[in-house]
Design a protein around this ligand. Sequence first.
Ligand SMILES: Nc1ncnc2c1ncn2[C@@H]1O[C@H](COP(=O)(O)OP(=O)(O)O)[C@@H](O)[C@H]1O
Ligand SMILES: [Mg+2]
Length: 362
Amino acid sequence: MNPCAGYFFALRLVGSRMVSVELRTVTKNWGGTAAVDGISFSVEGGRLVALLGPSGCGKSTTLRLIAGLEDTSGGTIAIGGHDVTHAPPSKRGIAMVFQNYALFPHLSVAENILFGLKVRKVSRADRDTRLARAASILGLSGLLERKPSQLSGGQQQRVALGRAIVAEAPVCLMDEPLSNLDAQLRVEMRREIRELQQRLGMTMVYVTHDQVEAMTMADQVVLMRNGRIEQDAPPDVLYETPETIFAARFVGTPPMNVLPLTAVLAKGGTVSPPPGLDPAGLALGIRPEHVGLGESGVAADVVAVEYLGADTLIEARIDGHFFIVKRAGKMRLTAGETIYITLSQSALHWFDLASERRVVRD
Ligand SMILES: Nc1ncnc2c1ncn2[C@@H]1O[C@H](COP(=O)(O)OP(=O)(O)O)[C@@H](O)[C@H]1O
Ligand SMILES: [Mg+2]
């Protein structure tokens, strides 16, 4: 099936109302196991939601369920307020862009972009208008006669986006569309996709395993783990108030330091844990960029020092527990030294060691 064939019912993107997407307790079982396990989230019209999580957590399956390329095992899916749980892909008003954007090598850029519209018998005049518009938005106007082999990776990716744009579908689903591109191009394409999505008022569900991509592009991040939603929040909330140790460590580079409170106390820490809780059952979290260094504090053994130009990463151990410090500039330290770490109370996150859930909500 052509992924970008422009599945749309009477809805047109330009000037149309923005269309919401809503999943309620959606499940997908493969054999006996649930790849997607009763998840619920909603995407407001005109917003970009990133489905983020490690490989195998159910992101692609969720996207394919929204597209109608897989049947649900349970739950309901609504697009634009209509229940589409049992509707075929062509009745859902979506366009989809996959990781391997699969252009036809023997067709020109223009023909590749218009392929889905020809199949759908959109009139010649309408096709020409949409092509000119998409080509101008994507900076492809001078390349329409070329074949895909004569394009760079980024240009090929834009052709794939062009297919989704000419479909004028109000909802666009993207499954890791940038993972074939080099790092610099990825940064550019992130911006282009985001800009386009906002300018056209598209509702977008964007799958990625790259937390930087999710954090920089999305209005809302749905973080998944083992077929379930770990946290559903805007990027700043996810960073500032992670609800679990998994969320705390999945977002941010290097990841948040999380270690038992007892280890910090054993090495001279003077933090105030949340009152009324057993200190032995608590984990303390602090982001590497929020850690201070001083003449006294929590004693940590330096294991390695990595100079990155703008920052230095210091890998250390506190009572045997892995701990990373990120400091601006160059730090003159060597492995084997002892450093003293200061922990600002306001930068601390508290988790229950047993449940791995946050215990203090701001
Ligand atoms: N067609 C399929 N048949 C059986 N199992 C599948 C199929 N597609 C996906 N899975 C399983 O479902 C789980 C989630 O897969 P997927 O949604 O592709 O994860 P992600 O996109 O997050 O990497 C994985 O364990 C995967 O092996
Ligand atoms: Mg996937």
